[in-house]
Design a protein around this ligand. Structure first.
Ligand code: SF4
Length: 620
């Protein structure tokens, strides 16, 4: 709650509900949301009901619902004071006071004290609209509404409106025509869902079987080539890697003949080369006049892909508001600033900055945790070699390169888990490892999982203050692992790794399923963690901005995926990034305002100039 609603600039700004700032409640309407999994009336002593001042005055503001046996808050009676938020021991309640004008812009609400969405993004013919925002802000609701699978109820969940009323609500807007088509069932949509492994669970067949079912445009075979899937199509979906499954799902979605296309996180599991190819395929749809919308948390990819950005802001799982359409550059900067100038709304109290000094080459200065000579590893059909190097105290060593070049093998050899065929590491160090694929099929409370990793109770411990508070995990303590979202699960997995007593922390794709805010927060935290506590970390990731932000030095993997991989020694960041971007034929500059690295448009003046002088990575 504290990240939101600190300073009120105007209308849509959520006003602080407790503390020093006292909002003018007359000008606001209440959003009271209850997390039903966290609300446990049998365990809490009903503090919210006891302390609510409106209840004390004799009215029924918070009551215990007869049917659900959970708290129920009457939003018309609630004065928004936020006392219940403070007294609830399980953090189950969110209260936000939103400007009253917003009430008429409510698009959908699922039920009493549940998530609601305000405003909608507008699909644009022949353009890619990028949706940028935190997880839990309603992107699935947006997709379901715009694709016609969810009829918007304008917030009237008890008595949902008919289409006539909905169309009247959208009179004079671009969305009216879109809804007319949905009403007449004339719109054809194609959606690439976020969780691609669900496709493998639901479909029993090969990649080819799946793609053939959708290939209405007759483009599947060229897409299979463009996305490097030639050797994957005959395999059953259940046998494919996450990256292959992702690209097959994209191939199927693009092959369908639709008017409106939606891609939910198309980057996950793909390496940078594959991400670039995916971006080109998706852009190809806009170039033939289709309306495309993309949710993506890899800012480099979003920047590369989008013609416009619409920012989704609010309070995760409580409410989401969609901004007006902005140019890609402005949209990303606005998101990082946490301030929408057109609407005069501050939606985050801090800016995310990309400090130029963070990319300076403070190269390899700490004492060595482990050093290694030239190493080699051979399998029947794969060969990996690594130039000598060292991992140092207080350092994050980044590992970058295409998939299937032996990055995980390298991690394991450094840690002494895997024995090299040539070269020897004298010292065996203790490594804590966060794998790429996370398991969530266990019904165990987050707090007990964390306690196990910590080898002792976590509540009230020093580790709780040092690791779990900065990563904002305390709210998840009483949730079951199997009910966590992808982003929540990733943060819990990172925390579980860092809680272990180890010499080195190895994190394989920590950005997967995290939203942009969490990616930046985790990157900054990890850097602080290794520096402050004299630890060291090795991070494999394909998000270029994250790697740019997090790494002190970088190992680059080159070679032929699946056949052979060669790793460099750890290189200074600028040299490594330059080498890597050159292999991608991409050049980066810094955005003059936010200082974030941006991809130069291919063949632009800057792109040509930088490539001509061999500076693929921007100058500081
Ligand atoms: Fe009662 Fe509303 Fe205050 Fe909560 S925010 S204590 S429900 S008046």
């Amino acid at each position: 709650m504290d990240d939101y609603g600190e300073i009120c600039h105007n209308s849509a700004m959520p006003k602080k509900v407790y503390g020093n700032y006292l909002p003018n409640y007359d000008m606001t309407h209440r959003v009271a949301v209850l997390d039903k999994e966290l609300c446990q009336p049998k365990k809490c002593g009903l503090e919210c009901i006891k302390y609510c001042p409106v209840n004390k005055s004799g009215a029924d503001c918070i009551t215990l619902d007869d049917i659900t046996k959970k708290a129920r808050i009457d939003e018309d009676v609630c004065n928004g004071c936020g006392i219940c938020v403070k007294v609830c021991p399980f953090d189950a309640i969110t209260i936000v006071n939103l400007a009253s004008e917003l009430a008429s812009e409510k698009i959908h609400q699922f039920g009493p004290n549940s998530f609601r969405l305000y405003k909608l993004p507008t699909p644009k013919k022949g353009e890619v609209v990028g949706l940028l925002g935190r997880n839990g802000m309603g992107k699935s609701t947006v997709v379901n509404i715009l694709s016609g699978s969810l009829k918007p109820n304008l917030g009237q969940y008890e008595n949902p409106p008919e289409w006539d009323e909905i169309l009247k609500h959208y009179g004079g807007t671009e969305l009216k025509a879109h809804f007319e088509k949905i009403r007449q069932q004339q719109i054809k949509t194609s959606i690439k869902p976020q969780q691609v492994h669900h496709i493998a669970q639901a479909f029993d067949g090969t990649g080819k079987d799946l793609v053939d079912m959708y290939d209405e445009r007759g483009v599947a075979s060229s897409l299979v080539r463009d996305l490097g899937l030639e050797n994957s199509m005959e395999q059953n979906l259940g046998e494919l890697s996450g990256g292959e499954l992702q690209r097959i799902a994209i191939t199927a979605a693009v092959s369908k003949d639709a008017e409106f296309y939606f891609f939910d996180e198309p980057s996950s599991y793909n390496d940078v080369f594959q991400r670039t190819n995916v971006a080109r395929v998706i852009r190809g749809l806009a170039e033939i006049g289709k309306s495309v919308m993309v949710v993506e948390h890899d800012l480099t990819l979003l920047d590369f892909l989008s013609d416009y950005i619409e920012v989704l802001y609010g309070e995760p799982t409580a409410y989401g508001i969609v901004s007006s359409a902005l140019s890609t550059k402005v949209g990303i900067n606005v998101f990082l600033d946490g301030y929408l100038p057109n609407e005069n709304v501050r939606f985050r109290d801090k800016k995310f900055s990309f400090d130029v000094s963070s990319s300076s080459d403070d190269f390899q200065q700490g004492s060595k945790v482990v050093s290694y000579p030239k190493l080699e590893k051979r399998y029947a059909t794969f060969h990996a070699s690594m130039e000598p190097g060292a991992v140092r105290k207080g350092e994050v060593l980044g590992i970058m390169g295409a998939n299937a070049l032996g990055k995980t093998t390298m991690m394991k050899m450094i840690a002494g888990v895997e024995k090299p065929d040539a070269g020897k590491i004298d010292k065996k160090i203790k490594i804590a490892y966060k794998p790429q694929y996370l398991q969530n099929d266990i019904d165990v409370e987050v707090v007990s999982l964390l306690g196990k990793a910590n080898e002792g109770p976590i509540e009230g411990s020093q580790e709780e203050e040092q690791i779990l508070e900065p990563l904002k995990i305390k709210k998840l303590y009483n949730k079951s692992l199997k009910n966590l979202s992808g982003g929540e699960l990733q943060k819990v997995a990172v925390a579980t790794c860092l809680l272990q007593k180890a010499d080195m922390y190895a994190l394989d794709e920590p950005s997967a399923f995290l939203d942009v805010e969490d990616r930046i927060a985790v990157a900054k935290f990890l850097q602080k963690f290794v520096r402050s506590f004299g630890r060291s970390a090795v991070v494999i990731d394909h998000d270029l901005q994250l790697m740019d932000l997090i790494s002190d030095s970088i190992v680059i993997f080159e070679g032929e995926p699946g056949l052979s991989g060669r790793a460099t020694s750890p290189l200074p960041k600028s040299e490594a990034m330059n080498r890597f971007l050159k292999s991608l034929d991409m050049s980066f500059r810094r955005d003059e305002r936010s200082l974030r690295p941006r991809v130069n448009k291919s063949a632009s003046r800057l792109d040509k100039e930088q490539k001509g002088s061999g500076r693929f990575y921007y100058k500081n």
